[in-house]
Write a new protein. Sequence first.
Length: 190
Amino acid sequence: MLLYNDFMEGDMIFISGVHGSGKSYFCEKVKDSCGYPSYSASTLIAERKEAGFSSDKLIPDIDDNQQYLLTAIRVLNDNNVSFLLDGHFCLLDANGVVTRIARSTFEILKPEALVLVTENPDIIASRRYERDGIRHDVEDIRHFQNEETLYAEELSAHLGIPLWLQHGSDNFTGALEFVMAHIRRTPDGR
């Protein structure tokens, strides 16, 4: 098990939001604008675990998965690169209950800053249906997004790091300036 002391101070901005909020799109726009790569937490976990995730987004082993993520991030930090991590503050457990990822995960990750990407729940429901073929209740999405927002604010205060609330593609210039202000190294680690 990785401990807090095992991580060096990295240059990572944690990008969160519910499934379908536009996190990946946001990360791609940042990469296109300034070159910082992004990594998907779920992809890093799946690669380490050698198992994928179901399209219903229910996660039965949330805490166990975080150890796989921490191991993958350790490798990125050892390579001394600056990057964005596309992940979540909360997930749906095996019963569909919104569950916070342990605060200790974020303490160990030591992000420089947090970005929460939000979107209109109707738009998210539509995106998820188009992508996964599953209809999601708009009120469930609204509840999930509200919980994600509350926890993002709590983590920002607890970790003493800034939080940018990004709604869709509104004020992307401001979001980009925020990312650039809170990352110390160039994309290649210099």
